[in-house]
Design a binder for this molecule. Structure first.
Ligand SMILES: Nc1ncnc2c1ncn2[C@@H]1O[C@H](COP(=O)(O)OP(=O)(O)OP(=O)(O)O)[C@@H](O)[C@H]1O
Ligand SMILES: O=P(O)(O)OC[C@H]1O[C@](O)(CO)[C@@H](O)[C@@H]1O
Ligand SMILES: [Mg+2]
Length: 965
C-alpha cells in the first residue's frame, strides 16, 4: 500500500492493493475494512482492478476530515495488515485466471464502490474492473456482470484505447494498449497451464484406466502423461486397471515417455488396458496394490474410470494408512518407504459412457456413446420407414437413463424408458400406446422406442425390450423388431467433446496432484457448467451412491435431482416436444400466440432441430408456429410464410442443412417495408431467428426499425447457429459442435495419410470467418503441430519456429509410424498466405527432409447430420426461445399501450429483442442493443471478448509447440 501524499485536510491520494490469490478470506476481509474506511473518509475517485493473476486492487482518492485523520490512519493500518507484503510483481503471471464464484461474491462488496464510466451507460454496466499488467498499466476492462477480463494477445500491433472517467465526468485515464484484433477473455473455465518445474524433487505420477472402456480415455492418458513430463516429473501407466496394481512389477506399472502416447487422441478404447478386477474389491488385493505402487516409487495415482472405479479409489485412499502399516509390520515395505509414502495422493477423472457419476455434468465417453446410439437409430430409421416398422432399441447406461434420454431427444424417439422416471405397468403401456398411435395416425411410418438397460417400472421390476415389444405387437399390431446396440456404443473414436473434456481434465488432474498436500481432500476432476473443477472424491462417491439408494427407496425425484444439472430440463423438453399437439394445449386461449421462425445465414448443424423443437413445443403450449421460408428475401419477394404442421416435420430433428431454406440477406437487403407489411398481415406475436452473424445483424435492424414499423414491436429472439461460433452474447452457437466433429474426422483421415507417407505435413484450411474457435478446438482434439488463427495472425518468427519444430519432430521420428503432422490455418489468419502458400514455404524450408501439402475440407465443415450435442442443445434453446417470447408479452404490450412513439431506448423494452446465449451451462438473454453497441467488433463480425484462449495454450503445450513471444 502506498500513500502518495501525507494525509492532511483536503484530498489525498492513496493506493491500496489486496492480493486475492493468497487467500480469498483475506481479500474479503480487505473489502470489509475498505468499506469501513469509506465511513470515515470521502472517496472522490475510485478504481477497482483485477490484476493479471487475479489479484484485486483498489485505488482511491480520499478527502479526510482533520478530526478523523487518526482514525483513517488506523484504518489504513488495518488494511495493511490484510494486504500481502511480498513483492508481488515477481509473481504476476501473464495469464489471468480467477475463480468466477469468488468474483461474484466480491462483486457485492465492489458494487458499493460504483465506478462510473462514460463508455458504458451505468444502467448496463454499473462498474468496470480493470486488468492491470505487472507494471501497473491497464490492459483490459472487465464487466463485473460477466466477470470476464480482457488482455491483449502477445503479438499484437493495433492500438486499442480504453478511457475511464471520474465521477465528475473528467477524464481519469486514457490508455492505449496494443491488441491484435480482439481481446481474449480468460476465465477459470479451463485448467491453468502447468508451469514447467525443475526436476528437483521429481515426483512419479501414474495413470490407469478402469471399469468399462470409454472413448476419450486415451486422450486423458495422453494429456496426463505429457503434462506430467512437462512438469519435470516421471510418468507411469498402470496396465489393465486395478488388475495391474494387484499384479505389479514393471510389466504392469510401466514408465512412459512423451513419444509413447503420440497420436493417442485419435484412437478409441484405452491403450493401457482396463479390467473389472474382483481381487481389488478384497482388502488383500488392495494391500498388494499399495505394495506394488510403493515398490514402483509412484507418488501419485490418477484413476480414469466410472463410479465403481472411483468408489474403489476412495476406499483405497481411506484404507491407505492401515494398508501401509500392515505392509511395514509384515516387512513387505521398509521403514523408509513407510515414512515416504504416508499419504496416498490420488485423483479421479471420470471415464464412463454411462454419465452416472454425481457432481460432474459429463463423464468422458458419454457423448461419444450418445453419438454411436444416434447414428445407429438414424440408420434404423431408414429400414423402419421402408417396412413401416416399430423398433425397440436397447441402450447401455447401467442404472442411469442419461443416454436413453438424450438419444430420445436427439432422434425424436416416440417413447423412452429410463430408471429415473418409472411408471406403473399399466401407466406406461397406456401412455406409450397413446403417443405411438397418435403419431401413426398422423402418417408417421416409423416408431422408435428407446429402453435404457436399467429401465424399471414403479415397483422396481425391470422393463425389458421384450416387454415393450409385446405391448407394441399385442395392443397396436405393429410389426416390431428389437435392436440391442451393445458394445458398439463403446466403439470407435471419441467425439470432439470427449477429446476436449478428457484432455482438459487430464491437465487439471496433474495440476491437482502436484498441488495437493496431506490435508487436501483427494479430488475428482469434474465438469460443472462447462468449467473444469475439482470436487472432493469422497463426496462425489457418496452422492453417487445416494442415487442408487434413492431409486431403491422409490424416491425418484431425488434420484433425478442428483443427476447432472440439465437432466430434469431435458426430460421436460422431451415430453413437451414428443407429444406436440396431441393433447389439450397447456396455455389458456388468451395466452396463445402466433410465433414466426426464420433461418438466416449459412447452414449449420442443429438448425432443423431448433425449428422442429420450437414448432412442436409451440403446439404443446397452444401457440401457432409459422415458418418463413428462404429467409428475408423469401418473405419480401414471395410471401413465403406457412404455418407449420406436425406431419410436415417428421424426421427434421435429425436432419442436416436447413429445411426452411436460408440465405445471408438481412431485412434491409431484402426490403424492410415488405417484411413489416407481412408481419402486420400475419399478426405475429413473436419472432425466433436462427442463424449466425447475418441473423445478429437482422435482429439489430428489426429492433432499430421498431420506431418506424409497429409490426416489429413484438418480442424477438435470436438462436445463434453458425460454425464460426462468433455470435456475440454466447459462448456456443449451434452448428459449432457438428462442424468441429466434421473437421476432426477429416483431419484424422488426413493425418493418417501423412503418417503413412512418412515425412509429410498437411496444412488444413479451416473455415470460421474471423473467428479462430474452430481451428483452435480442432488443433486440441487432433493434436495438431500448430494452428494459426485470425486473432493472432501469422508472424514470420512463429512460422519459422514452427518449421524448425517440425524438422526436429521428423528427425526424431526416424521413419516410424505415427508422425503424421497437421497444421491448421484459419482461412483469415493471413491475407497474404493461403494454406497452399504455407505448404510451399514449409516444403522449401524443409530442404528435402519432409514436405507439406495443403488440404481444403471446405463446406464439408458444415457437417452432414447434426451432432447429438447440437440437436439436444437446439431443443433446449428453442424451448427457451419460446419461453422468452411468452415472458416478454406483458412488457411489450404495456410499452405499446403507453407510448405511440415506441421508446425502444427504455432498457426493459430494448430487452425484448435479445440474443439467447449460453454461458457455462446457463442460458442467458442479452439485449441486441447492449451487444451491438458495446460488445461487438462490427467490422470484424466478432464479439469483443472471446473465451477460449486457454485452449490454445493447452493445445500448444500438449504437442510441445514452442511459442515466439
Ligand atoms: N466398492 C469397491 N471396492 C473396491 N473396488 C471397487 C469397488 N467398486 C468397484 N471397484 C473396482 O473398480 C472396478 C471397476 O468398477 P465397475 O465395474 O463398477 O466399473 P466403473 O468404474 O463404474 O466403470 P463403468 O461403469 O463405466 O464400466 C471393479 O472391477 C473393481 O476392481
Ligand atoms: O463391458 P461389460 O463388462 O459387458 O459391461 C457392460 C456395462 O458397461 C457399461 O458399458 C459401462 O459401465 C454399461 O453401460 C454396461 O452395463
Ligand atoms: Mg459404473
Amino acid at each position: 500500500m502506498t500513500i502518495n501524499t501525507p494525509l492532511v485536510n483536503g484530498t489525498s491520494y492513496c493506493t491500496v492493493t489486496a492480493y486475492s490469490n493468497d487467500s480469498f478470506e483475506k481479500t474479503v476481509e480487505f473489502y470489509t475494512r475498505f468499506l469501513e474506511l469509506e465511513q470515515l473518509a470521502e472517496f472522490s475517485n475510485k478504481e477497482a482492478a483485477i490484476l493479471s493473476n487475479g489479484i484485486i486492487s483498489i485505488k482511491v482518492s480520499l478527502s479526510v476530515d482533520a478530526a478523523k485523520q487518526s482514525a483513517v490512519e488506523e484504518q489504513i493500518k488495518q488494511l495493511e495488515s490484510v494486504t500481502k507484503t511480498k513483492d508481488w510483481r515477481s509473481q504476476v503471471s501473464q495469464t489471468l485466471v480467477f475463480n468466477t464464484s469468488d468474483i461474484f461474491s466480491l462483486q457485492d462488496a465492489l458494487s458499493t464502490l460504483e465506478y462510473p464510466s462514460q463508455s458504458y451507460p451505468s444502467s448496463i454496466n454499473p462498474m468496470e474492473l480493470y486488468t492491470i499488467d505487472p507494471l501497473g498499466n491497464i490492459i483490459g476492462v472487465t464487466s463485473t456482470k460477466n466477470a470476464v477480463s480482457i488482455k491483449p494477445t502477445k503479438s499484437s500491433n493495433s492500438p486499442v484505447s480504453v478511457s475511464s472517467t471520474n465521477t465528475d465526468g473528467s477524464l481519469s485515464k486514457n490508455h492505449s494498449f496494443t491488441d491484435l484484433s480482439y481481446r481474449m477473455k480468460t476465465t477459470d473455465a479451463y485448467p491453468s497451464l502447468p508451469n514447467k518445474t525443475t526436476t528437483a524433487g521429481k515426483k512419479s505420477i501414474a495413470v490407469m484406466t478402469s471399469g468399462g472402456d470409454a472413448q476419450g480415455m486415451n486422450s486423458n492418458v495422453r494429456a496426463i502423461v505429457r503434462s506430467t513430463l512437462f512438469k519435470g516429473c516421471r510418468s507411469f501407466v498402470v496396465m489393465e486397471g486395478y488388475e495391474g496394481l494387484v499384479k505389479g512389477g514393471p510389466e504392469y506399472i510401466k514408465e512412459v515417455s512423451w513419444e509413447d502416447v503420440r497420436g493417442w487422441s485419435t484412437e478409441g478404447g484405452t491403450n493401457i488396458g482396463t479390467a473389472r478386477c474382483l481381487e481389488f474389491r478384497q482388502r488383500e488385493g488392495r494391500l498388494l496394490g499399495a505394495q506394488h505402487l510403493i515398490e514402483a516409487g509412484v507418488d501419485a495415482l490418477i484413476v480414469c474410470g466410472g463410479d465403481g472405479s472411483l468408489t474403489g479409489a476412495d476406499l483405497f485412499r481411506s484404507e491407505w494408512p492401515s494398508l501401509i502399516k500392515e505392509l511395514v509390520d509384515t516387512n513387505r515395505i521398509s521403514q523408509e518407504q513407510f515414512q515416504r509414502y504416508q499419504h496416498l495422493n490420488i485423483c479421479g477423472t471420470v471415464g464412463s459412457i454411462d454419465n452416472d457419476m454425481s457432481t460432474t455434468d459429463a463423464t468422458i465417453g458419454a457423448y461419444s456413446a450418445l453419438d454411436r446410439i444416434c447414428t445407429a437409430i438414424d440408420y434404423v430409421e431408414a429400414t423402419a420407414n421402408s417396412h413401416s416398422r416399430a423398433f425397440v432399441v436397447e441402450v447401455m447406461g447401467r442404472n442411469c437413463g442419461w443416454l436413453a434420454l438424450l438419444a430420445g431427444i436427439a432422434t425424436s424417439a416416440d417413447y423412452i424408458f429410463i430408471p429415473e422416471k418409472p411408471a406403473t405397468s399399466s401407466e406406461w403401456q397406456d401412455q406409450m400406446c397413446d403417443i405411438v398411435a397418435k403419431h401413426r395416425a398422423r402418417g408417421k411410418r416409423t416408431t422408435i422406442v428407446i429402453v435404457a438397460e436399467g429401465a424399471i417400472s414403479a415397483d422396481l421390476t425391470p422393463i425389458s425390450p421384450a416387454d415393450v415389444h409385446k405391448v407394441l405387437v399385442d395392443r397396436l399390431g405393429l410389426d416390431t423388431r428389437i435392436t440391442t446396440l451393445g458394445h458398439v456404443q463403446r466403439g470407435g473414436t471419441a467425439v470432439a467433446y470427449d477429446r476436449m473434456l478428457a484432455t482438459l481434465q487430464g491437465v487439471e488432474a496433474v495440476n491437482a496432484v502436484l498441488e495437493s498436500n496431506p490435508d487436501t481432500p483427494s479430488p475428482l476432476i469434474a465438469i460443472n457448467e462447462n468449467k473444469i473443477v475439482r470436487k472432493p472424491l469422497v463426496e462425489s462417491v457418496r452422492l453417487t451412491k445416494s442415487v442408487a439408494e434413492a431409486i431403491q427407496a422409490k424416491d425418484f425425484k431425488k434420484a433425478m435431482s442428483l443427476r447432472d444439472t440439465e437432466f430434469v430440463e431435458h426430460l421436460n423438453n422431451f415430453m413437451a416436444i414428443n407429444s406436440a399437439d396431441h393433447n389439450e394445449a397447456l396455455l389458456p386461449a388468451d395466452k396463445r400466440l402466433k410465433i414466426a421462425i426464420v433461418n438466416v445465414g449459412a447452414p449449420a448443424g442443429g438448425i432443423n432441430s431448433a425449428v422442429y423443437s420450437m414448432a412442436t413445443y409451440c403446439m404443446s403450449q397452444g401457440h401457432k408456429p409459422y415458418a418463413i421460408y428462404n429467409g428475408w428475401s423469401g418473405l419480401a419477394r414471395h410471401e413465403s410464410v406457412r404455418s407449420l404442421k406436425w406431419e410436415d416435420m417428421i424426421g427434421w430433428q435429425s436432419r442436416g442443412g436447413s429445411e426452411l431454406g436460408t440465405n445471408r440477406a438481412t431485412p434491409k437487403d431484402a426490403d424492410m417495408g415488405m417484411i413489416a407489411y407481412y408481419f402486420q398481415k400475419y399478426q405475429f406475436d413473436g419472432l425466433v431467428i436462427v442463424g449466425g452473424f447475418e441473423a445478429f445483424e437482422s435482429l439489430h435492424q428489426l429492433e432499430r426499425a421498431r420506431d418506424s414499423y409497429p409490426a416489429f414491436r413484438i418480442p424477438m429472439v435470436l438462436i445463434p447457429a453458425t460454425l464460426s461460433n462468433n455470435v456475440p452474447g454466447t459462448e456456443y452457437s449451434l452448428g459449432s459442435d457438428t462442424a468441429l466433429n466434421a473437421l476432426m474426422e477429416y483431419c484424422d483421415v488426413v493425418k493418417q495419410s501423412a503418417a503413412s507417407t512418412r515425412g509429410r505435413a498437411f496444412v488444413v484450411d479451416v473455415q470460421g470467418g474471423n473467428s479462430g474457435y474452430l481451428a483452435t478446438c480442432a488443433s486440441l482434439v487432433v493434436g495438431a503441430h500448430a494452428s494459426y488463427v485470425p486473432e493472432e495472425g501469422i508472424s514470420l518468427e512463429q512460422l519459422s519456429q514452427d518449421i524448425e519444430n517440425l524438422a526436429e519432430a521428423f528427425d526424431r521420428s526416424e521413419g516410424r509410424n505415427g508422425f503424421g503432422k497437421l497444421i491448421l490455418k484459419s482461412t483469415n489468419a493471413s491475407n497474404a498466405l493461403t494454406a497452399e502458400d504455407l505448404a510451399r514455404v514449409i516444403t522449401a524450408e524443409a530442404k528435402g527432409q519432409f514436405d507439406a501439402k495443403a488440404a481444403y475440407p471446405g463446406h464439408v465443415q458444415q457437417g452432414g447430420l447434426p451432432s447429438p450435442i447440437d440437436r439436444t442443445r437446439a431443443t433446449r434453446f428453442a424451448i427457451r426461445a419460446v419461453d422468452f417470447i411468452e415472458n416478454q408479452q406483458d412488457t411489450i404490450r404495456s410499452a405499446r399501450e403507453a407510448n405511440d412513439d415506441f421508446t425502444a431506448d427504455d432498457k426493459a423494452v430494448s430487452g425484448t429483442a435479445a440474443v439467447l446465449g449460453v454461458k457455462g451451462s446457463h442460458v442467458v438473454y442479452t439485449s441486441i442493443r447492449q451487444l451491438y453497441d458495446y460488445e461487438t467488433e462490427i467490422s470484424k463480425r466478432m464479439p469483443k471478448v472471446i473465451h477460449w484462449e486457454q485452449i490454445r495454450a493447452i493445445a500448444d503445450h500438449l504437442v510441445g509447440r514452442k511459442r515466439v513471444d
